[in-house]
Design a protein around this ligand. Sequence first.
Ligand code: UDP
Ligand code: MG
Length: 319
Amino acid sequence: MAKLISIIIPIYNEEGNIYLLKKRLFDILEKLNENFELVFVNDGSKDKSFEILKELSKETEKIKIINLSRNFGHQIAVSAGIENCNGDCAVIIDADLQDPPELIIELYEKWKEGYDVVYAQREKRKGENFFKLATASIFYRVLKQFTNIDIPVDTGDFRLIDRKVINALNTMPERQRFIRGMISWIGYKQIGVKFVREKRHSGETKYPLKKMLKFALTGITSFSFLPLQFATYLGFIVSGFSFIIVLFVLYLKFFTNKTIQGWSSLAIIILFMGGIQLICTGIIGEYLGRIGEEVKHRPLYLIDEKVNFKDKEEKNIKS
Ligand code: UDP
Ligand code: MG
């Protein structure tokens, strides 16, 4: 019996990409001899994206839309797609054609071989500047050092996941979402497929430096306590070091008649300790703030409208 493949596409101001994306996806998916649905999650776009999607959704019921009540961010948009899709498997793909739809064939074949997660690993990235390449590369490697689950390097969210993994993700209510890490945490049979990441077809990246940093921090704080332990280690090192200095100062005081004078040394010590203490407090604050977010238990996202979904009523469904 034919299976259903869901394609999950987060959309934030992607008006220039939707037509071509839809065409390329249909071309590929029609070759597979399976059923498919495209689940577009409109993440509060301010351009014509939603209008274009509505037009397309009139042509075929295979095109489904979840219109979120505002911009919730990429990871939450993807989560909304995962939660609402009906597929036996789902492919998460960016709308800007950086992830080539044609690779879905390879992902699908691995799934047929019995893998539950087939992630697409970037061998090369085109059209991104040196800064983005360098920071991304450093980030993936730092994350690997920091966490004890095995998150593959140079791998974004472009991947195929089996229904088992979809169901598992749907039981994970965390607000701080780092989906690629969550999927590694889930386990099952995982495998990577290499690909060349294209440059963005149209529009600009929705991940400026500030958002990238925030995302990186989410990844690290969600999967590692190492920064907190770092504060402890630093405390021990600094205490050990100061103990030596104390001995040295006492030695000078009681056994020689040279004492170090002036406030320079004092000022250095106070500023140094002040800096370290603030950094450590900041690390604790970072975790604390995130705990605060979690315990509020707000819904992850709100849906304004669902198009072409047969389940429930289609307006104002709170998931
Ligand atoms: N995106 C989203 N909400 C956001 C930011 C991005 O749904 O707040 C979508 C965006 O439309 C795209 C995908 O997430 O389909 C990846 O974003 P982008 O291509 O800007 O990221 P980059 O490839 O530069 O890392
Ligand atoms: Mg992109």
